[in-house]
Design a protein around this ligand. Structure first.
Ligand code: PLP
Length: 449
């Protein structure tokens, strides 16, 4: 049976017995009365899983501090939980920096990791004390010289995994062969370069990409030191897998990173600060999306009778990740009113645009209006890029954990009441996070997620 508590920022944390399946939890929420419109799509967000992922990162990459890439999913409770766990943050803009500072996070726990920044955003970073930022070109150095000459700069190099799902090297990163020139321009401007960053590409497919990138980063360290820079920061970027079932690949990457770090930097750089910018790793598997069937058509001309279903989230909403080739979402049945055999079906999103297609030729039993589907692994690059096109808004989120994790999460995030879910509390988010961030980097005991 479900119980719950209210976190000190007013967020309801729903607590389920650990024996409950995802379907059990979704079923409870399908009938929840606090959604306004009962047919609306919704998310369930597993905070216990997030804590487990943080602990796994700390265990397998003990010398790498995770700076969560806010762009991946800026859900406020995900951000608060990561802040309370001790993570830093990779911000790409003035707005992201503001969001993180408003949680009470110290500016030293933020890297402004967008190599091409608007001047006013650089000035803003200077005003609020976010002084670590990346660059990969000469024009950026001119801007930084004018707007924030005392910034601590991190040169982003190109170090691609050619098989990554999203290749970032086409847009960012100086080729390591050109890095010495860029570094000498920085030197001539009197700027302070303190480190190297790279991003092998989001959804990396090869652990050796990290080993190759670390070797290139070391070359740039040596070149920078020849020019008189003191190199203290290494940023290994993102790219780590996040989908359910990719745990062993993460372990493989972590082991490659740890051994390559030792081999390339090792004892020579004892005080080196190493950070990563994981996005997908933390966000992807925390979110499950439930959608309802809002309409249906039968293509009778089709020899095998094909159905087309229309659900209430689509390409312009959570499934915008399909446009970028990030995922192939798999519908699972939550509530089906028939017992029919599966037939080839098309699943469309709710807008009037014909590119708004979520699944093609997918085998589903016959569904009716009011039936429910769900999609797992919907936390990365989904809601963050959704648009209100055709007037459809962001699905509501329910935050939950199992009974095994609830005490740990309540002590981490603070809770004002147990058992009863109420909606108000006296402390703001900022107070909540400040209180817990000050105690910093809590290591939590999470048995299972
Ligand atoms: N850091 C930077 C600069 C990025 O551009 C991205 C993603 O685009 C990330 C980190 C997060 O990458 P991932 O979600 O693959 O971990």
């Amino acid at each position: 049976m479900e119980s719950g508590c209210v976190l000190t920022d007013g967020t309801a944390l729903h607590v389920f017995p650990s024996r409950n399946s995802i379907e059990d939890i979704l079923h409870t929420k399908v009938n929840a009365t606090d959604r306004g419109d009962q047919e609306d799509p919704f998310y369930i967000v597993n905070l216990g899983r997030l804590a487990h992922l943080y602990n796994q990162w700390s265990d397998l990459l003990p010398s790498v501090i995770p700076f969560y890439a806010v762009k991946c999913n800026y859900d406020p409770v995900i951000l608060q939980t990561l802040a309370a766990l001790g993570a830093g943050f990779d911000c790409a803009s003035k707005q992201e920096i503001t969001t993180i500072l408003n949680l009470g996070v110290d500016p030293s726990r933020i890297i402004y990791a967008n190599p091409c920044k608007q001047k006013s955003h650089i000035r803003f970073a200077a005003e609020v004390g976010v002084d670590v930022m990346t660059f990969d070109n000469e024009v950026e150095l001119y801007k930084i010289k004018n707007c924030f000459p005392t910034a601590k700069l991190v040169i982003r190099i190109m170090a691609n995994d050619p098989t990554a799902t999203v290749k970032l090297g086409t847009k960012f990163g100086v080729e390591s062969g050109h890095a010495p020139h860029l570094l000498s321009v920085a030197k001539s401007f009197g700027l302070d370069v303190v480190g190297v960053s790279f991003h092998v590409g989001s959804g990396a497919q090869s652990s050796s990409a990290y080993a190759n990138a670390l070797a290139l980063a070391k070359e740039v360290f040596v070149n920078a030191e020849k020019l008189g820079f003191t190199m203290k920061l290494l940023d290994i970027g993102g790219g780590f897998p996040g989908a359910t079932g990719t745990e062993s690949f993460f372990q493989e990457i972590a082991s490659t990173v740890m051994s390559s770090l030792e081999a390339t930097f090792g004892s020579q750089y004892k005080d080196l600060k190493v950070i990563g910018e994981p996005g997908r790793y933390f966000a992807c598997s925390t979110h499950v999306l439930a959608v309802s069937v809002i309409s249906k058509r039968c293509i009778s001309s089709h020899p095998n009778k094909e159905f087309m279903y229309y659900i209430n989230d689509g390409i312009y909403g959570s499934f915008n990740c399909l446009l970028h080739g990030h995922v192939k979402p798999t519908p699972k049945i939550l509530q089906c009113s028939t017992n029919s055999v599966a037939t080839s079906s098309i699943v469309w999103g709710p807008t009037c645009d014909s590119i708004d297609k979520v699944n093609t030729a997918f085998l589903l039993p016959e569904l009716n209006v009011g039936d429910w589907l769900y999609y797992e692994d919907m936390g990365a690059y989904t809601i963050c890029a959704q648009s209100p096109f055709n007037g459809f808004s962001r699905p509501m989120a329910y935050y939950y954990c199992t009974d095994k994790e609830s005490n740990m999460l309540r002590s981490l995030l603070g809770s004002s009441s147990t058992e009863e879910l109420i909606t108000q509390s006296s402390l703001s988010c900022q107070q909540l996070v400040q209180e817990h961030v000050n105690t910093n980097c809590l290591k939590m005991e999470v048995d299972c997620c």
